[in-house]
Design a protein around this ligand. Sequence first.
Ligand code: SAM
Length: 378
Amino acid sequence: MAEYLVELYVAQGDPTVAQHHVAVAERAGADLTREGRAVRYLQSFFVPEDETCFLLYEADSADLVTEAVGRAGLRLEHVSAATTSVAGAQESPDGTTKGTSMTSTTTSTTTGPDLSELRDKQQKVWSSGDYNKIAALTVPVSEHLVDHVGVSPTDRVLDVATGTGHVALAAARRSAESVGIDYVPGLLEIARRRAEAEDLVVELTEADAEHLPHEDASFDVVLSAIGVMFAADHDAAARELVRVTRPGGRIGLASWTPEGFVGGILRTVGAHVSPPPGAQPATRWGTEEVVAGLLGDGVTDVRSVTSTVTQRFTDGAGFADLFLTYYGPTFAAASRLDDQGRAALRADLIALAESHDRGEGDGLVCDWEYRIVTATRR
Ligand SMILES: C[S@@+](CC[C@H](N)C(=O)[O-])C[C@H]1O[C@@H](n2cnc3c(N)ncnc32)[C@H](O)[C@@H]1O
């Protein structure tokens, strides 16, 4: 295997951002190595004055390295074959000794991040903005998930991280016994009003996806549409999905892919505002192998399908302003920036949307990619 060097941009040379980049790159590299792919993360160097972080990989090809970086949800600036001097301890790619090896820093970040603190922060993020104003954008994803997994009137169905209730309502419309949980009470209240308006029976409970208040094996079908992917502790949330599904029951998860449009939104936000320590990229859940690893030996028959949902906005600015005002992750990030920082974030969001425009002429039309991973409980 050859060694490859990846260059990542670190806004304002912020060490917290660099630490996050390295932590998620290490995890994604380890995931791929575990999957038997010929790519291994080796070490990193941070050069704050150049606003750059370098990651060193051993791999069969540059494509595999690009995949590892994409899996980590990071935006790759450049990948090149590494020189031997870089592989040696503390030297930077230009052969000088500037730059700091980040291996020891990241080890402490990855071994013991306080995920309960992160969970509380993220709960505040999803309570901010007004998710209901944009929730309708993903109704087709939920409908697709429910149809793809198949829900029948005899099923007891759990919708994890239901938000305003899309999946839970869709299951109830198919006459299933439907239960939804979320940790934002305001969104559950909207789900309740929607259920009432349609005269549907849905049990809606405030709960944490990482600690579900349900008995073991108490559901025939456990679903989540772009919900559980946002849990702070991915392993704990995945364990809970498996625990509450009965043997032979089905799990279905729809998640944004790292390479799709929403992966781009989250990366753009991360380039402007440091993600909290310990945060893993939500879009990991948009990869079948990662979800298979998270669900573990308790499931079998893991499969996935990839699809897109089409969105329409007046223009790039219309998209950016909608998301900066209502979507928790962008709203919360913008509120931590000064006017100049907010303008820069807005400009990058506009550029992202425009780069995905189908170019049909009538407003901005773009396709947002998601992946549905399904599995059967053993
Ligand atoms: C993008 S929204 C999706 C909501 C809904 N599933 C839909 O399809 O519209 C993400 C949701 O995940 C919820 N969420 C994230 N982490 C959670 C956790 N640990 N426990 C419960 N809900 C969580 C948020 O409150 C938010 O409602």
